[in-house]
Design a binder for this molecule. Structure first.
Ligand code: ATP
Ligand code: MG
Length: 357
């Protein structure tokens, strides 16, 4: 079999991004040759330090190389100034726009063990519209100021996000059937909205998502819907009930941070920003300046993000190997970083996981 070569852009960014992204590179390089996968890496710049050096947090070169040469990328984290700084804006937000990465995908999984609630879900957040179109205005009235924001929901965006949620549900089922132990019996997508109040915007999201998930190839996928507030309640009481959750931008943002809190540390939770044929893996945590430079950052969110990126590049088998090596490290629980109550350094955690691979 001819080897497939994937070109991966590496954007460490700031803070612990610089410590965890090299670990992401190493796990990709350590995948067994029998998978027929090769990697080429291209180092790319973005972030606060880049802004200080060049006046641009996302150099044009980074965008053009990602677009013209790369199959995917790993993005670390960027520090944001606490006050608005002229000319600075978040490079990951800009990248999502420029590359039309319309889905933010965030798997949340608990470590198997006695007394631990089993959690294994993926939150699929629409990434391009809703209140995040940032069309706001403030005006004066005789009673004082009033501020307004546009919440835009389109059929196109709702349909494609529901479709990718359905595909993720099918893929997860396939991986389970391949032998991974699972708490779920079959693929399930939960459509989240607030259409009892917002009958037009969320109503359109709901009906469009339902329609997209009624497509023939999703006949094996169970579809349910839930109002977002009752969803939060159930998410915390009974997280094991969820498989794939699809939500408009704002609810997805809130639900995915809430869900991340269920599994102990931000250092465990990966994400991917996904568009047509392109994916950027990105750990959910930020640049964590409080632990930077100490070699104690948990690399697992990044390792899982590398695997998630591979899933969207249709390399499920390679992804499954990384997930299994990470899970084995966590289940054994001997070499854990301090955020998980352990004493291991970043490097020791990486070594242990590479050995298991
Ligand atoms: P930023 O502004 O870049 O988001 P932050 O100060 O909000 O930075 P986060 O990175 O969001 O910091 O992290 C929040 C907390 O979680 C911090 O205390 C941080 O040390 C911890 N944390 C985040 N990521 C990791 C990790 N990979 N390993 C260990 N601890 C982490
Ligand atoms: Mg933060």
């Amino acid at each position: 079999m001819a080897a497939r070569t994937l070109k991966i852009g590496l954007i460490p960014g700031d803070g612990i991004g610089k410590e965890v992204i090299p670990a992401g590179r190493r796990i990709l390089e350590a995948l067994p040759a029998s998978l027929g996968l090769k990697f080429e890496f291209i180092d790319l710049k973005a972030g606060w330090e880049t802004f200080e050096q060049t006046g641009n947090a996302l150099p044009e070169e980074t965008v053009s190389i990602l677009k013209s040469e790369c199959d995917g990328a790993l993005f670390g984290a960027v520090s944001s100034p606490t006050k608005a700084v002229k000319g600075y804006s978040s490079p990951i937000v800009a990248l999502r726009k420029k590359l039309d990465l319309y889905a933010n995908v965030r798997p949340v999984k608990s470590v198997r063990g006695p007394g631990v609630k089993p959690i294994d879900m993926v939150i699929v957040r629409e990434n391009t519209e809703d209140l995040y179109v940032k069309e706001e205005k403030t005006y004066d009235t005789p009673e004082g100021k009033v501020a307004e924001a546009i919440k835009r929901i389109s059929q196109r965006a709702s349909s494609r996000i529901a479709t990718i949620a359905g595909e993720i549900a099918l893929r997860r089922q396939k991986i389970r059937e391949g032998g991974s132990p699972s708490i779920h019996k079959g693929p399930l997508v939960t459509v989240t909205h607030k259409s009892n109040v917002l009958s037009q915007t969320d109503g359109l999201f709901r009906s469009t998502a339902r329609e997209a998930l009624a497509a023939g190839r999703f006949t094996s996928v169970a579809v349910e819907e839930q109002i977002v507030d009752s969803m939060v309640y159930k998410l915390f009481r009974q997280p094991e009930a969820y498989d794939v959750i699809v939500a408009p931008n704002l609810y997805g943002d809130i639900l995915s941070d809430g869900a991340a809190a269920l599994v102990g540390s931000l250092g465990l939770v990966p994400s991917a920003n996904v568009g047509e044929g392109f994916a950027i893996g990105e750990p959910c945590h930020g640049s964590a300046p409080d632990i930077q430079g100490q070699n104690i950052a948990n690399p697992i969110a990044t390792l899982r993000s590398a695997a998630l990126m591979l899933e969207f590049l249709n390399e499920e088998e390679a992804a499954a190997k990384i997930y299994a090596a990470v899970d084995a490290n966590l289940e054994e629980g001997k070499l854990l970083s301090p955020d998980l109550g352990g004493k291991a350094k970043t490097e020791e955690v990486v070594q242990d996981i590479l050995r298991r691979l």
